[in-house]
Structure formats: structure tokens, C-alpha cells
Design a protein around this ligand. Structure first.
Ligand code: ADP
Ligand code: ASP
Ligand code: MG
Length: 407
């Protein structure tokens, strides 16, 4: 008998028929004697619909109220799922974040899990029930509902698997695993059998939304092997695991893109000490995460500072920057939402040279202008105009030998 955590995403539970089919799939494990914890997302499209509704009420929706709203989608699916299991003659109980006690900090809409009380779940499992937990939500010490950031149900599942010391953690989704690039954008994308935590962390942080980045951090920290696989087939998916020697042969394992960023330039910033703090402190105080930063200095002359922030924080950051620009005597602020960050990732990059320059050449051969560049040990990212996303991804995928062989 094993303790298994299985998470099903929005498209897997997108309507009543699909919920019943997923319940059947989970029941097949229960019938073999396994203890099952099921984590569910909201039905596909629901969370987006809520975000839209909120913006019809307030330009910048109140974060606490936003979480009360956003968390409601998962409440629907877990209750329906428990009913489907009961209808099939087995016992189940749904649990919301505050019923489990998934305690988070109070950063509404992007809260972090502080600790999980797994006793309640264990009691229900020992009583022979399938425990159905609402993904993506938690509760603060003072009892307010929080959400974990978009895609956060993956994180709920992995955090629960770690807290319960589960034997298996499986992430069921609408594709058959983690691919060399988004299979919905590039028809030649290949499924990867095994990928390291570090590569998956980079892919997730650079836009491969198949796994939420925080779920991968949890999995790495607590050494939870993750199996990403399809809800609709029985095919073996992708294992996210610790690195071994065999994984270093390819310089590039995957290509990603992220359209969720925006670029802001504050021009003619005085080149004196303390400018970076004056610019970035007010942003971080608002909980906004800055990604790439470019600054040029020219001894005492005025210089430009360019950086990227999540697109959802663009309007807020622009208004903060306009104030800051006046205070520090900069010339002005400009920005664009029409950018994309395209990246290549691979642990093998550590042992290969010339990877970045190949990437620049591929983009230039396609006539694509690079706006910003950043690198780390196992990735290279370029910001380009959003309209070239597909062209860039496909050209890089092919240039680094990732295309699937034609059958
Ligand atoms: P779920 O609702 O199950 O959580 P998501 O939509 O969050 O599913 O994630 C699955 C989607 O991630 C796929 O449909 C695919 O379009 C996208 N995706 C992006 N990059 C990749 C990749 N490298 N491998 C697999 N899927 C990817
Ligand atoms: N329903 C949430 C979202 O759409 C969480 C999730 O699906 O993981 O972001
Ligand atoms: Mg997801």
C-alpha cells in the first residue's frame, strides 16, 4: 500500500464528465489499496474569468478580496469530485486550504506556504477516505484566505507530498509530460523522459507553465521525484529528478518563452551613488519582482536603466517610476508590454562553449533584433519583440537539434 498524491489541472476537470473520468482514474488506485490524496485546480478558464470580473469592479483589485474570489474555483471542483467518488460507492472528503491548515504568509495573490498540518489529512486517509484538497489556496495565521500565485495547484500538491512523506507525486495535465518546448506551439517538440530539478526550475521560471516554479523548488528541497503525465492517456510521462551523469550530454534540453513580462526604461538617471536603491526599493516594497536589469554607466554622465517586471504589475510599476523619476531628476519613463523573453536551458551548457553565440546568430539570421540578454550557468535568455515569438522558438528548437525525428 502506497500513499500517492495526484494533482489534476484545469483542463482535466473542465466539466462534469471530465471530473467523473478523473474520479474513476483515482478510484482504480484506491481499489488496489493505495491511500489517495487528490489536489484539484479550478475548471479551465474559471480563474481567468474571476480576474476579469475583479477588474470590472476595481482598476487595481483589493488583494484580500481578490483571494476570496480566486480561491472559489477550486472549492467547486473539490466538492463535485467528492460527490462523484461517493456516487461510485467509495468514501471521499473535500478539504479547503484552511481546513487542511495550509498556512501561508499574508502576501495576497502570491502567498508562500509556511507550514502544513498534515494530521487532519492522515486521519481521513486512515478512515478509508480519498482526501480531495483544493489547490492554489492557503490561510494566514490570522485566518484570511490566500492564493499561491497562478498555476499554484502544482505547489499545493508537491508541498502536501513532502509534508505527508508520500511515496509518489504525480502531476496530471493536458500534455504527456515536459517537452523540449511548448508542444502547443511547436509541432516538432519532443517529450523528455527525465529532466533535472535545476533544468526544470529554469524552464519553469522562464515560461514553461507545465509546472509552477515553486512546486519544483519544493520538490528539489524535499527530494520528491515528480512524474508529469497526461490525464487522458496511460503513457509514461516525464520524471523530474536529481541530476545524474547521463543528463549532461546535450548542451540544450529545452527552449521556452515568457510573454508575461514588460520592459520599463527610466532615462537619463544621474550617475551617482544610491540611484539603484531609489529606483528599485519602492518597487520591491510593493512585492513586485524585477527580473532582468540593464544599466550602463559612463563616469558621472547621465545613463539609462532598463528592467523587466511581470506584465500584470506594469501599470503599477509605471506609476511608481513616474514619481521616482521626478524625485531623482531623471528625464522620463517609457515602457512596452509587447516583448517576449525567449530562453534556452540545459545542464550540459556547463561543459559546452559557444552556446550563447549560436543563439545570437540564429536570431540574427531570422532578422530578429535582441533587446536584452541575460545568462546563468545553465541558461541564456534574450528579450525580443513579441511578434517574433513563434519564429524564434522554432528556429532555436531546430538549431539546437531538438526536433523530433520524422516517423
Ligand atoms: P494544468 O491546467 O494541467 O496545470 P497548464 O496549462 O498549467 O496545465 O500547463 C500545461 C501546458 O503547458 C501545456 O498545455 C503546454 O501548452 C504548456 N507548456 C509550455 N511549455 C511546455 C513544455 N516545455 N512542456 C510541456 N508543456 C508546456
Ligand atoms: N486555478 C489556478 C490558476 O488558474 C491555479 C492552478 O490552476 O494551478 O492559476
Ligand atoms: Mg498549471
Amino acid at each position: 500500500m502506497a500513499l500517492i498524491v495526484q494533482k489534476f489541472g484545469g483542463t482535466s476537470v473542465g466539466n462534469p464528465q471530465k471530473i467523473k473520468a478523473v474520479a474513476e482514474r483515482v478510484l482504480s488506485y484506491s481499489r488496489q489499496g493505495h491511500q489517495m490524496v487528490v489536489v484539484l485546480s479550478a475548471m479551465s478558464g474559471e480563474t481567468n474569468r474571476f480576474v476579469d470580473l475583479a477588474h470590472q469592479m476595481q482598476v487595481l483589485p483589493d488583494p484580500r478580496e481578490m483571494d476570496v474570489l480566486l480561491s472559489s474555483g477550486e472549492q467547486v471542483t473539490v466538492s463535485l469530485f467528492a460527490m462523484a467518488v461517493k456516487e461510485a460507492g467509495f468514501d471521499a472528503i473535500s478539504m479547503l486550504g484552511d481546513q487542511v491548515k495550509i498556512v501561508t504568509d499574508n502576501m495576497h495573490t502570491r502567498a508562500r506556504i509556511k507550514h502544513i498540518d498534515s494530521d487532519g489529512i492522515k486521519k481521513e486517509l486512515d478512515a478509508g477516505k480519498i482526501v480531495v484538497v483544493a489547490g492554489f489556496q492557503g490561510v494566514t495565521e490570522s485566518g484570511d484566505i490566500t492564493t499561491l500565485g497562478r498555476g499554484g495547484s502544482d505547489t499545493t500538491a508537491v508541498a502536501l507530498a513532502a509534508a505527508l512523506k508520500a511515496d509518489q507525486c504525480e502531476i496530471f495535465t493536458d500534455v504527456e509530460g515536459v517537452y523540449t518546448t511548448d508542444p502547443n506551439m511547436c509541432a516538432t517538440a519532443k517529450k523528455i523522459d527525465k529532466i533535472t530539478y535545476d533544468e526544470m526550475l529554469e524552464l519553469a521560471s522562464l515560461g514553461a507553465k507545465v509546472l509552477d516554479i515553486r512546486s519544483v523548488s519544493f520538490a528539489k528541497r524535499y527530494n520528491v521525484p515528480l512524474h508529469v503525465r497526461s490525464t487522458f492517456t496511460d503513457t509514461e510521462g516525464t520524471w523530474v529528478v536529481e541530476e545524474d551523469k547521463s543528463m549532461e550530454s546535450n548542451p540544450v534540453s529545452g527552449v521556452t518563452y515568457n510573454k508575461n513580462e514588460a520592459r520599463i526604461t527610466i532615462s537619463k538617471v544621474p550617475d551617482t551613488p544610491g540611484m539603484a536603491t531609489k529606483i528599485f526599493n519602492p518597487i520591491s516594497e510593493q512585492g513586485i519582482v524585477v527580473d532582468m536589469i540593464i544599466q550602463n554607466t559612463r563616469d558621472g554622465e547621465l545613463t539609462d536603466m532598463t528592467f523587466t517586471v511581470p506584465r500584470t504589475d506594469y501599470t503599477k510599476t509605471m506609476s511608481i517610476m513616474e514619481k521616482v523619476a521626478k524625485e531623482i531628476g531623471a528625464e522620463g519613463v517609457t515602457g512596452s508590454k509587447n516583448i517576449v523573453k525567449v530562453s534556452i536551458v540545459g545542464v550540459g551548457m556547463r561543459n559546452h562553449t559557444g552556446i550563447a553565440s549560436t543563439m545570437f546568430k540564429v536570431l540574427s539570421d531570422e532578422g530578429i533584433n535582441i533587446l536584452m540578454i541575460s545568462t546563468s550557468e545553465i541558461k541564456v535568455s534574450c528579450v525580443i519583440d513579441e511578434k517574433y515569438t513563434e519564429l524564434a522558438v522554432r528556429a532555436l528548437h531546430s538549431a539546437f537539434g531538438l526536433d523530433q525525428e520524422k516517423a
